[in-house]
Design a protein around this ligand. Structure first.
Ligand code: N01
Length: 558
């Protein structure tokens, strides 16, 4: 179906599509495949990078690796891709995931409908005919009936506004914008700022070669072992044989991912007993088993570990004991122990981070106690007056999460409403997919979705499925517009807030709450009740004829 080409009002030079998708990460690729192959829609993906891959394209810093098991962190949309690709390790490196993405792009012939090296500047809704005009930074205009934003939840790097940053004469990098050219740490004095997931991974690479490595930590995060290893003989083959059954099973789990590859494996952790219903010895035994198994087994060892401060403290205490066992200098060990409740920040998977602090060339610098005053020409000055000389500064300072990739574009909806203004008091959406005031614009991985709290590829594919079915239904019924009511949106946001308030997530500071960005309203940005609940709630809305949405037929379809 190519309805666009038959519409009036086309302008010279304007490219016309049924659907424009912004972003060629996993979400954008899944959307393109679905729209093209299952629906036959004229679709264009606009991508800022020179290659598909989204987060795995930009975050090419040394040490980058996924924290979801590779056999589960893959697209389900194509049985061919699923069967023909071979993973090498339990948790894949950035490089391997990018090669996998390229394999999927080639196998599904996706590149012919993607414009690379093209960044979107604005997306403006036309209230007369319910179309969207998407303009790139190069000035090209794409017109479409439906717009899908798949620009990523963690894709707008946060470079803090350190005074003097522009005066620094050495090398400067952010993990989320890592150059393609090799970067050498050898023999250099390297200051690393930030100790979240990215910081913990790159720290181990920097510390291997740097003459001196200063790790500037503002807050200690909780880190548990990944237990990475090469895949066992036969493991991949069995999963491949059983993918349809296993993918259905994984979808029933809270994070749409499992800490054991096979449901038939003997359970390593019961996962269903309250942390308070076991003796201290039993609790330790369960934690020991989960710790040894690796991955998020530890986080899921007790169902209530993320529910109350008391439960979270028990998990945190166990991690503290492991840090004290590993780090030789007691003062450094104490600094590395998180004072946040376990789970308030994203729990990090890793293997050797704590032990780098036993090396002579690595120093942990507490920049909460002695904050960064300014960047100088030659390094970093702390408030105490201490000068840290550096040849290189690496910012692992995270992202303007969930909203940054949207608000940095000029997105104008009904009556010229600017998205940034609509979200001035905090982002709002209905189902984490659509926004009042922005008809016909769908978001994948947006605020109040469950995306970043689940296996994000599975979450993306579920949203793609929902959106594409909605578009099919709208077109089949002659609707040209869909927009959530303000009441439905408010109810969804309130529900997400209530769900989050009943957990540990809102009892600390994190990008989940926007509190990592100065001035960003503190709001919990995700749906916490888990993937199965999210899927059920969104599908119920669709089954009820898109309850909570206003549907319109402003434009005549031919
Ligand atoms: O970012 P972060 P990230 N002065 O926000 C510090 C995913 N991911 O890129 O905690 C000094 O977690 C900040 O300190 P504080 C994953 O979902 C996954 O590491 O705000 N320090 C913090 O330590 C993850 O959660 C993978 O006090 C400053 C750090 O910078 C998400 O991406 C790998 C500062 C930022 O940590 C983001 O992770 C990588 C300042 N002004 C990322 N500003 C895997 O799959 C910030 N910081 C394994």
């Amino acid at each position: 179906m190519d309805m666009v080409s038959s519409e009036a009002g086309k302008s010279a030079g304007v490219k016309e599509f049924d659907v424009v998708v912004v972003g060629a990460g996993f979400a954008g690729l899944a959307a393109l495949h679905y729209l093209r192959e299952k629906m036959g829609y004229k679709t264009r993906v606009i991508e800022a990078g020179s290659q598909a891959g989204g987060t795995w394209y930009w975050n090419r810093y040394p040490g980058a690796r996924c924290d979801v098991e590779s056999l589960q962190y893959s697209l389900a949309i194509s049985p061919e891709v699923e069967q023909e690709w071979n993973w090498s390790e339990r948790f894949a490196t950035q490089d391997e995931i990018l090669r996998y993405t390229q394999f999927a792009v080639d196998r599904l012939d996706l590149a012919r409908d993607i414009d690379f090296n093209t960044r979107v500047a604005s997306a403006i809704h036309n209230d007369q005919d319910d179309s969207w005009a998407v303009t790139t930074e190069q000035g090209e205009v794409y017109r479409c009936r439906w717009l899908i934003m798949a620009a990523g939840p963690l894709s707008t790097p946060n470079i803090p506004d350190f005074p003097g940053l522009d005066t620094f004469k050495g090398e400067f990098y952010h993990t989320g914008m890592w150059p393609k050219e090799p970067v050498s740490f050898a023999g250099k004095r390297v200051v690393q700022i930030g100790t979240g997931s990215s910081g913990v991974q790159i720290a181990q690479e920097i510390s291997k070669d740097a003459a001196q490595h200063y790790v500037l930590q503002r807050t200690a995060h909780h880190i548990i072992p990944a237990g990475n290893r090469p895949l066992n003989p036969g493991e991949q083959e069995e999963i491949k044989r059983r993918y349809p059954e296993l993918r259905d099973f994984w979808q029933t789990l809270i994070g749409a991912t499992f800490y054991q590859s096979l449901p038939s494996d003997p359970p390593l952790v019961p996962g269903d007993k309250s942390i308070f219903d076991v003796t201290a010895e039993e609790r330790k035994k369960i934690f020991d088993g989960a710790w040894a198994y690796g991955g998020y087994a530890f986080q899921r060892a007790f169902p209530d570990a993320l529910k109350t401060k008391e439960a979270s403290t028990l998990a945190g205490d166990y991690i503290a004991s492991k840090i004290r066992e590993t780090v030789k200098d007691p003062a450094t060990a104490e600094k590395l122990i998180s004072t946040q409740y376990f789970g308030t920040k994203r729990v990090i998977l890793d293997t050797n981070y704590y032990s780098i602090f036993n090396q002579d060339n690595v120093e942990l610098v507490d920049v909460k106690g002695d904050p960064i005053d300014r960047i100088t020409e030659t390094g970093v000055r702390l408030k105490s007056g201490r000068e840290i000389e550096a040849d290189m500064i690496v910012c692992a300072t995270g992202f303007d999460a969930m909203t940054g990739s949207l608000t940095r574009m000029e997105i104008r909806g009904r009556d010229g409403l600017l998205l940034k203004d609509a979200w001035a008091d905090g982002p709002k959406s209905y189902l984490g997919i659509m926004i009042n005031g922005f008809p016909g614009m769908f978001v994948i991985g947006g605020p109040q979705s469950c995306s970043a709290l689940a296996n994000v590829i599975t979450a993306n594919e579920q949203q793609v499925d929902w959106i594409c079915k909605a578009i099919t239904w709208l077109d089949d019924n002659g609707y040209t517009s869909i927009e959530p009511t303000i009441e439905a949106e408010n109810a969804w946001v309130n529900r997400c807030n209530e769900l989050a308030d009943a957990t540990i997530y809102t009892k600390g500071d994190s990008w989940y709450l926007g509190s990592n960005i100065p001035g960003k309203p503190r709001r919990f940005l995700l749906y916490v009740a888990g993937y199965p609940g999210y899927k059920a709630e969104t599908e119920e809305v669709a089954a009820k004829g898109y309850e909570g949405f206003v549907l319109d037929k402003a434009r005549e379809l031919s």
